[in-house]
Design a protein around this ligand. Structure first.
Ligand SMILES: [Mn+2]
Length: 430
């Protein structure tokens, strides 16, 4: 791991919160992700399942966490199962968690090797009435591959058909959406690394630079700051590429006079940041580009103010739509007749701004959070309006990450990342 070890107190707290929501006499189990194969003996880099990470800090494959708050013996309330390691195995496979290190990372005292899992689980199941299975109910998830978690759930339910089944997911969605201060610090750290990458670009971008050279600059800056790299596949879209919302080819040359839409951000310790900036290839915005840019910026700033406790997701998007509508009228992109005749299901503004304004941010870039429940303090959201104009061959999106506060406006974790036109132009021309 490149990141500095997280204080285990965070994971102790997270488990306590989860266990407080469990029914009496129930067991919950959480699995690591698999290491995904490519072909032959090649694999993709390991990416930990965020739920077991959230509850234990264990960032290693073939790990299982078992929680049983009403277990008859105290040492059975929290149990970790890890792939066996010893000095000999370490020589071949690199350093894996020892039982002692696993305690330091997670705060869990009872650690077994994985080969004891079925035996120990069986004992716990004879005491327990209910099993908490962990299914993926994220509103944007479409998963074809069977995860290690899903494989385990299938086996577990079949092996113990007499137990009641309960869902871990809604508990985790609620808990993970409201961040502890340690988590906000980690997201801030990811944002600060993103800031370094972005500042590096402002002096690097010139006419005829390629999108992939920009990607390389960012990767360099992120990794040298202990990030694994991009928190999500980076979008580096010059000119009309910005109007392809999920453009990830990043293989074109940036032409003088064009804008570059950069949806690029670092992860740190498995926490995401998520930034979008739009900058001029030549270091100066045209008057038209500036007018659209400042319209997007005003929508972002107004939308941000609405992210307060009690706000409802649907209503928030309706209100942002109204602000965007008035900006698009001002820019002459739509007219009053378009608005009067608009289809309420697909309002006129959607022609230029067709995606959502915000999403939860945290261990996943599109993080957990139940969208039908009101917003709460310490939720972290992106705010990312955009205006996309294929007819003018540019698109602009601006995105910051903010923390909902108990009182007053949200706290902007990207407050130090240049966004005003003047500041961007000054830095690009230094
Ligand atoms: Mn985003």
């Amino acid at each position: 791991m490149k990141y500095h070890q997280i204080n285990s107190a965070l994971f102790v707290k997270n488990r306590r919160k989860f266990m407080a929501e469990m029914k009496p006499n129930s067991v919950a189990v959480f699995n690591s992700n698999d290491i995904y194969p490519v072909s032959a003996d090649s694999t993709l880099p390991f990416a930990q399942h965020r739920d077991i990470f959230y509850l234990s800090g264990v960032d290693q494959e073939e790990s299982v966490l078992l929680l049983f708050p009403d277990a008859p013996y105290e040492h059975q309330r929290e149990i970790l199962f890890l792939r066996e390691t010893n000095e000999h195995i370490a020589v071949w496979e690199g350093e894996k968690l020892t039982k002692e290190r696993a305690f330091q990372v997670s705060g869990i005292r009872t650690v077994y090797w994985l080969q004891d899992f079925h035996k120990v689980l069986n004992e716990m199941m004879t005491y327990a009435d209910t099993m908490y299975i962990n299914t993926n109910e994220h509103y944007r998830a479409t998963v074809e591959t069977e995860t290690r978690e899903a494989r385990f759930v299938k086996w577990w339910k079949e092996r113990y058909p007499a137990h009641n089944v309960a869902k871990s997911n809604p508990i985790l969605q609620r808990l993970r959406s409201v961040k502890e201060s340690e988590e906000i610090d980690l997201i801030q750290h990811a944002c600060d690394i993103t800031e370094k990458g972005f500042r590096r670009l402002l002096s690097f971008v010139k006419p005829n630079v390629t999108e992939y050279e920009i990607e390389a600059e960012l990767a360099h800056e992120f990794i040298r700051n202990r990030s694994k790299g991009f928190a999500y596949t980076p979008i580096i879209a010059s000119g009309n590429n910005a109007n392809v919302l999920h453009y990830i080819e990043n293989n074109q040359q940036c032409k003088e006079g064009d804008l570059i839409l950069l949806d690029v951000a670092a992860e740190y310790a498995n926490y995401s940041s998520d930034m979008t900036r739009t900058i001029p290839v030549s270091g100066r915005f045209s008057d038209r580009q500036k007018a659209v840019y400042n319209a997007v910026l005003r929508v972002k700033n107004e939308a941000t103010k609405m992210l307060t406790p009690g706000t409802l997701w649907k209503q928030y998007h309706v209100e942002v739509g109204k602000i965007m509508t008035s900006e698009l009228l001002g820019l002459g992109l739509i007219d009053k007749a378009d608005v009067q005749n608009e289809n309420p299901e697909w309002p006129a503004y959607k022609k230029y701004f067709m995606h959502g304004t915000s999403h939860h941010l945290g261990l996943d870039t599109h993080d957990y959070g139940l969208l039908h429940e009101p917003m709460k303090a310490n939720m972290v959201f992106t705010v990312e309006p955009g205006i996309y104009i294929p007819a003018e061959k540019f698109g602009i999106r601006l995105e910051d990450n903010v923390v909902v506060q108990e009182k007053g406006e949200p706290f902007n974790l990207m407050r130090n990342i240049p966004i005003e036109v003047d500041e961007i132009e000054t830095l690009m021309n230094e």
